[in-house]
Design a protein around this ligand. Structure first.
Ligand code: ADP
Ligand code: MG
Length: 196
C-alpha cells in the first residue's frame, strides 16, 4: 500500500518530513530516491528538525555520512558516489542502527540488498507540468507492518497541517495507491517457500 503525497513548496516537503519524524523510533531506516534536485535533502532537513536537530542538515556528498544530535542520533547518508556495493559494507549501517540511531539514505535504492527488510522507501519526483516548478510528488512505500502504520499516521497529521497552510487548496494532497503487482522485495522467505 503506497501513499502518494503532493507538495507545492519546499516548506511543505519539510512539513511532511517533520510529521513523519515525530513517529521515528531507534533503528528506523528511511531511503530517499529521486533525481538530483528532486528534494531528497529537503526532506531530510524537515525530518531532522522533526527530531529536534538544531543544525540544518546539508548534503553529505563528499563525506558520505553526517551525524546529527537530536531526540535520537540522525545519520544522514548520501551514497550517490559509491561505486561498488561492497563499499556500502564500510558504512557500518548495522552499527548505526545498534546504537539507537535513525538512518536516512539518499540514493539508498542503489544499495537495496544491504538494507534491512523493514524500512521506508520514499521516491521524490518533480511534476511533469513545467508551470508548477515547485510541485513535487512523494511516493511512500512502506516495508513491514510498522511502517505501514507510521505512514498512515503521518498522513493524518500532515493532512491537517498542509490543508491549514494552503489557502488555495488545489485538491487532495494525499492519495492511497494500492498496487496489486508491487512485490515487497525484502519480504521474508517463509518456511513453506524454502521447502518448495
Ligand atoms: P536532492 O537532495 O534530491 O538532490 P535538494 O533537496 O538538495 O534535492 O534540492 C531540492 C531543490 O528543489 C531545492 O532547491 C528546493 O528549494 C527546491 N524545491 C522546490 N519545490 C520543492 C518541493 N515541493 N519540495 C522539495 N524541494 C523543492
Ligand atoms: Mg541531496
Amino acid at each position: 500500500m503506497n501513499v502518494v503525497a503532493t507538495t507545492a513548496s519546499v516548506d511543505e516537503t519539510r512539513d511532511l518530513a517533520h510529521a513523519l519524524a515525530s513517529l521515528a523510533r531507534p533503528g528506523d531506516v528511511v531511503v530517499l530516491a529521486g533525481d538530483l534536485g528532486a528534494g531528497k535533502t529537503a526532506f531530510a532537513q524537515g525530518f531532522g528538525s522533526g527530531l529536534g536537530v538544531a543544525d540544518r542538515i546539508t548534503s553529505p556528498t563528499f563525506t558520505l555520512v553526517h551525524v546529527y544530535e537530536g531526540r535520537l542520533p540522525v545519520h544522514h547518508l548520501d551514497v550517490y558516489r559509491l561505486e561498488h556495493l561492497s563499499e556500502a559494507l564500510d558504512l557500518g549501517l548495522p552499527e548505526m542502527l545498534d546504537e539507537g540511531g535513525v538512518v536516512l539514505i539518499e540514493w539508498g535504492d542503489a544499495i537495496a540488498p544491504m538494507l534491512p527488510r523493514r524500512h521506508l522507501d520514499i521516491e521524490v519526483r518533480r511534476a511533469k507540468d513545467p508551470d508548477s516548478e515547485d510541485e513535487r510528488c512523494l511516493i511512500f512505500k512502506p516495508h513491514g507492518a510498522e511502517w505501514i502504520r507510521k505512514v498512515q499516521a503521518m498522513r493524518t497529521t500532515a493532512e491537517t497541517l498542509l490543508n491549514a497552510a494552503a489557502v488555495d487548496s488545489r485538491g487532495p494532497r494525499f492519495e492511497v495507491t494500492v498496487d496489486p503487482f508491487a512485490r515487497d522485495h525484502h519480504r521474508e522467505i517463509t518456511v513453506e517457500e524454502e521447502e518448495a
